[in-house]
Unconditional design. Structure first.
Length: 531
């Protein structure tokens, strides 16, 4: 009888603890939903009242590394610093409550690995700090490796390249299934609604990266967050002296439940205290404690708090040397060779070295592009170019009335240009392959490239008794519509090369284009067409 009364008392005392844990789950779901909403919002037409790259702006790692590589203050650095200040006050609340990568991993851990026993955990806390030091020292040499593991750009890219196309497929299937119902109910909007299926390169490789992250949960909950996440390491450094501290009362019965339940392994077995740099303030230990011995409260000083970072001096020196070495190798790699000669960057892209140093590979520009001409790069330039945006003109051309890619770039790797300036951000020059062209090689009449060119950059001259197409470089801005529309099967007979491209770190594209003799406005082409 006494035992049952004790159990009732324990359950009653834990009610408010359970509420806090449930509140965290609810906040996670709401924030994750907001993250997905912002991704959905990144489409044409676009309203920037709530920027779709909001999470990326609040990512201190992306903003700090970008500032270091460019030796200048990025536009949204102050927003990243707000995250660090918030962390210094309350600890790694961002990781436990806000991070969409953490929420996604938590969901799959609970659904796939829920029945796994994690009595033996991997003690690799030091690894994420090691990786953070490597990234920082590489950034000092102007090389950005943050994109490899920074969770915010990484999860944004995963949702863009994997879940967005998957969601579009599911939506189209449901639309086809319920279309007769919409017809009977006279719901004309849904009856005529069409869902375009986006197609991206590197979708399987990106999905493989995601499966690896989720698969690591087999060994430990939140394995990526605990051992590999450099943003978690940065926030861990700032959270060591947070005001939100754990307090263990004398009611503790040393059952060890809190230590086994902690998703990040932050609780030490000897004294049940938190490693402050590892604790994500999830309150799971508090909700699971059968004796109601754990409390979190605002405290300016707790003598028994564990504030150390799990990174030895030897590992720090090794990580710094590795970062410098990796940076030197990357800087020595010729960014304009080894396959890069055929890579066309989106309009407003900075010069290649600066572009690679700032681009977070988040995929926002790919998601918002209305024609989906912007695609992720593979390994044409090795690791440094992986997942960066490039233009694949055979898939589509660049919409000349759109300037959205620069609007959603969180680091300025793509400059935000007005539509008129964007037209003069010359991507390259169209070149005709006479051996594949229907007119040149087969003497067949074809006017498609001429008809679709928005700037009349393709004209016909009488050569060898046949009117043949010729590209006028001074009128071509490399939009790629000719390459997309070419009726030749396989590789297009007219392709955009990097020849004549204009990429500026600052200044007016229009003024630079005019200096180079580029004219996109004149309509008098009779003389050029030889008529």
């Amino acid at each position: 009888m006494a035992e049952s009364q004790d159990n009732c008392q324990i359950n009653f005392s834990c009610l408010k603890c359970l509420k806090m844990s449930r509140i965290r789950r609810a906040v996670q779901v709401l924030v994750w939903g907001f993250f997905v909403f912002l991704l959905f919002k990144a489409r044409f037409p676009y309203s920037g009242k709530i920027p779709s790259d909001l999470f990326l702006r609040f990512d201190p790692l992306a903003q700090i590394i970008g500032s270091i590589t460019q030796r200048s203050v990025l536009q949204w650095l102050w927003m990243g610093l707000i995250t660090l200040m918030f962390t210094a006050l309350l600890g790694r609340v961002f990781c436990g409550w806000i991070c969409p990568m953490g929420a996604t991993i938590d969901f799959f851990d609970l659904t796939i690995w829920r029945k796994r026993s994690f009595s033996q955990r991997q003690k690799l806390f030091w690894l994420k700090y090691f990786l953070l030091v490597v990234i920082i020292f590489s950034a000092l040499l102007g090389v950005n490796f943050g994109f490899l593991l920074d969770p915010i750009p990484l999860i944004t890219r995963i949702y863009t390249l994997v879940f967005y196309p998957l969601g579009a497929v599911v939506g189209k299937l449901l639309l086809d299934i319920f279309q007769p119902v919409f017809s009977k109910l006279n719901l004309s909007y849904f009856y005529y609604l069409e869902i375009t299926l986006p197609s991206y390169n590197q979708i399987f490789l990106t999905a493989s990266i995601f499966f690896v992250i989720i698969g690591l949960g087999y060994f430990q909950p939140r394995f990526f967050c605990v051992n590999l996440c450099p943003l978690g390491a940065l926030l861990g450094i700032f959270s060591r002296f947070s005001l939100l501290a754990k307090r263990i009362s004398e009611r503790c019965i040393n059952c060890g439940i809190c230590q086994r339940a902690c998703p990040t392994g932050a609780i030490e077995k000897d004294n049940w205290q938190d490693r402050e740099a590892e604790c994500i303030k999830c309150f799971i230990c508090q909700s699971r404690c059968p004796a109601d011995a754990i409390k979190y409260r605002i405290s300016y000083f707790e003598a028994d708090r564990m504030n150390k970072i799990d990174l030895s001096r030897r590992r720090f020196i090794l990580a710094g040397a590795l970062g410098i070495g990796a940076g030197m190798v990357a800087r020595a790699y010729p960014v304009n060779k080894s396959g890069a000669k055929d890579i066309i960057r989106p309009p407003g892209a900075l010069p290649e070295a600066d572009f690679l140093a700032l681009c977070t590979r988040c995929g926002e520009c790919m998601k918002i592009c209305p024609t989906k001409v912007i695609q992720p790069e593979g390994i044409e330039q090795g690791l440094m170019g992986f997942a960066t945006p490039k233009m694949v003109m055979r898939m589509a051309g660049c919409d000349q009335e759109c300037n959205l890619c620069g609007m959603v770039c969180p680091t300025g790797a793509l400059r935000h240009l007005e539509v008129e300036e964007k037209r003069y951000a010359k991507l390259g020059t169209a070149e005709i392959n006479k051996e594949r062209c229907l007119v040149w090689a087969w003497n067949k009449p074809c006017l498609i490239c001429d008809e679709i060119c928005p700037y009349n950059a393709i004209v016909f001259h009488t050569i060898e008794g046949m009117r043949r197409p010729i590209v006028i470089p001074s009128r071509c801005n490399g939009c790629g519509w000719c390459e997309y529309a070419c009726p030749v099967e396989g590789e297009s007979a007219i392709r955009v090369s990097k020849s004549g491209e204009i990429r500026l770190k600052e200044g007016s594209y229009k003024q630079e284009a005019i200096k180079r003799g580029i004219d996109l406005e004149s309509s008098d082409l009779l003389e050029e067409k030889g008529e």
